[in-house]
Design a protein. Structure first.
Length: 180
């Protein structure tokens, strides 16, 4: 219901290695990061104030670098703090980004949602500086197991989340993650 978040303690680690080196060394490859990007919203009311346009620009840049067709994105691990400000702004940024990604490819967004939104914070709490790596580990596990894991309490979404007409749905239950 987006009424705040519960803090959690956490630590996580992943080994990142260039793909060619991992293949050469015979390492088990659990996932490949095909594109990344970094930015910040700049001047705002505070250092951590969410900015949907900056978030959209970041998502578009990362997806463009990766060369990923937006129709093949089956899941996004969101920041998803459960706050009345952060979650709607994050969703607005995702909508802006995917609108731009579809337009750039001359595509019309699908009539039915195809991309599940989840956040591990609903399952373990907000691990602050370890939150990002916790979400990454969740997604890698989901890829390996071909499973989209549910977010707790997503069965009663906030009325502030505007999902209608978007490519997104909330992961209110676990389900199979079909290969694109």
């Amino acid at each position: 219901h987006a009424d705040g978040y519960g803090r959690a303690d956490g630590v996580g680690a992943v080994l990142l290695k260039p793909l060619a080196a991992a293949e050469r060394d015979g390492d088990p490859i659990l996932a490949v990061i095909r594109g990344s990007a970094v930015n910040h919203g700049g001047a705002a009311t505070s250092l951590t104030a969410p900015n949907p346009k900056a978030q959209a620009a970041l998502i578009v840049e990362a997806h463009t670098r990766a060369g990923v067709d937006p129709r093949t994105i089956g899941m996004i691990e969101c920041h998803g703090t459960g706050t009345p400000l952060g979650d709607p702004v994050e969703l607005q940024g995702l909508r802006l980004a995917f609108d731009s990604l579809y337009r750039a490819r001359g595509l019309t967004p699908p009539a039915r949602p195809h991309c599940g939104l989840g956040s591990i914070k609903s399952n373990i709490g907000h691990a602050e500086t370890a939150a990002g790596v916790a979400g990454l580990i969740k997604v890698v596990l989901g890829l390996r197991e071909r499973a989209l894991y549910r977010s707790l309490h997503a069965d009663q979404p906030s009325e502030l989340l505007e999902l209608d007409g978007s490519p997104f749905y909330l992961l209110d239950r676990s389900r199979a993650w079909p290969a694109p």
